[in-house]
Design a protein. Structure first.
Length: 442
């Protein structure tokens, strides 16, 4: 099942006219979209632009060590890949780009301030939702654009900081993957077969936000009753108590936004304690983020996972070759299969880079921070994941993906099959409406 409007990718590739209209047809835009051949632009509007000679300096903060690095290193690989493609294809309006990567840990504000003090032109990250919320006021005060790779708590731009200038987010926010999980559960089991549900989610802003949104959505579509909701601490060493509670209730659906090492632990202890015999379905919006750490035996069961705004097998690579090209490039360079968090880093860099080149084309010179921020609003661009927009609310919007967790012998890693693609408009509220009010109106 694929929802949403048909695109050029659905019918055999990027349409030249669409691409030129959307991102200006520049070599940079096409290279970042992952095309194997560069399109020719009839008139190079950048040739006479007033652009500095020195490289663009950028900084990324992400998790490079410990359990969260399962996601964070993927974001690093994605950002590095985008920067490499930028530099191999003439830079941004002729300027090469440098990228410094630091461990985010708990030093979100310190890292951002360090980047600003070093004169960075743009910053990217973090992964953490709570860290991103801490950063937004400082970003607005310092007036240096930050495009967050993740930090996806839904209330960030809807309620907490609804009027920002320099803070942006590329990745789909929590409501989009939580509601994709709801729709996936209904697709697999049928609304009439879902009477009860439970949740096991990490005990901080992200996990609490996702469970709240899933609960609102599943109750609106099915009338199901929540029979258990547990919140293990992030990085816990034992989930058996929560699994025992779930087994005792035997709900139709279990929702879990556990990620990284917690996702692996949930699957290990879930199998060991018979959870997949007790429940009809586990839906986990970020389980696939641990694809390279999962073993074949762990993906066996009624398990469906989301992959946020990117899955390399969807659309089919015979229709959308950039995804296939990217997987090969990543496997050759890093020895892993790219996950949605790879696209977090890749997409954040691409959003800024294509907006910067568009701004130069419009202005005939390198833009100031506020000018570039204005261009980033309502900016559309392609990556190997397809088409993306940054809305007027500074939130990124892309298709959401969900599929059955399975195993790929070709890649020796976890994979998704029977992937459903949910258009952004079907899993996120319309402009000016909060997610809670929108779901309440269903």
């Amino acid at each position: 099942m694929t929802t949403g409007p048909t695109t050029a990718a659905d019918s055999g590739g990027i349409d030249r006219r669409t691409l030129l209209k959307t991102v200006g047809g520049s070599a940079l835009a096409v290279a970042l979209a992952g095309c194997t051949e560069l399109l020719e632009d009839g008139e190079d509007s950048l040739a006479d632009a007033d652009v500095p000679d020195e490289p663009i300096e950028s900084g990324l903060q992400t998790f490079t060590e410990g359990a969260p690095s399962v996601l964070g290193v993927q974001a690093q690989y994605g950002a590095e890949t985008a920067v490499r493609r930028i530099n191999e294809n003439g830079g941004i309006a002729g300027r090469e780009m440098n990228l410094d990567v630091v461990e985010e840990g708990g030093a979100y504000l310190t890292n951002y301030q360090q980047f600003v003090d070093e004169g960075k032109d743009v910053t990217f990250g973090p992964i953490s939702s709570s860290g991103h919320a801490e950063m937004v006021p400082e970003i607005e005060a310092q007036e240096v654009i930050n495009v967050s790779t993740d930090g996806t708590v839904t209330t960030l731009y809807e309620e907490d900081f609804p009027d920002v200038t320099y803070s942006f987010r590329f990745q789909n926010h929590d409501v989009m993957e939580a509601l994709a999980a709801v729709m996936q559960a209904v697709e697999v089991l049928g609304a009439d077969s879902i009477d009860t549900y439970a949740g096991i989610n990490p005990n901080y802003a992200f996990g609490q936000d996702e469970m709240d949104l899933f609960s609102r959505g599943i109750e609106a579509l099915t009338g199901a009753e929540e029979v258990y909701s547990g919140f293990p601490d992030l990085g816990t060493g034992d989930m058996s108590t929560h699994i025992t509670e779930v087994n005792g209730e035997a709900p139709d659906v279990v929702f879990s936004s556990c990620w990284g090492g917690d996702a692996t632990l949930l699957l290990e202890q879930g199998h060991a304690n018979g959870m997949f015999d007790a429940v009809d379905l586990l839906v986990g919006p970020v389980l696939y983020g641990s694809a390279n750490d999962l073993s074949e035996d762990l993906v066996d069961g009624p398990i469906y996972s989301g992959s946020r705004n990117f899955y390399w097998g969807e659309p089919s690579t015979d229709q959308w070759s950039p995804a296939a090209d990217l997987v090969s490039e990543v496997e050759d360079e890093y020895g892993v299969v790219p996950t949605a968090h790879f696209m977090s880093g890749y997409g954040a860099v691409t959003a800024w880079a294509t907006a910067a080149e568009k701004a130069v084309s419009l202005l005939g010179r390198w833009p100031e921070q506020e000018e570039l921020a204005t261009v980033l609003e309502n900016h559309g661009f392609f990556t190997p994941a397809g088409y993306h927009t940054i809305g007027a609310d500074h939130q990124g919007y892309s298709n959401a993906h969900f599929g059955e967790l399975t195993w790929s012998d070709d890649h020796d890693a976890a994979a998704l099959s029977d992937v459903n693609v949910f258009a952004a408009k079907n899993v996120s509220p319309p402009p000016g409406e909060t997610s809670a009010d929108w779901i309440g109106s269903w």
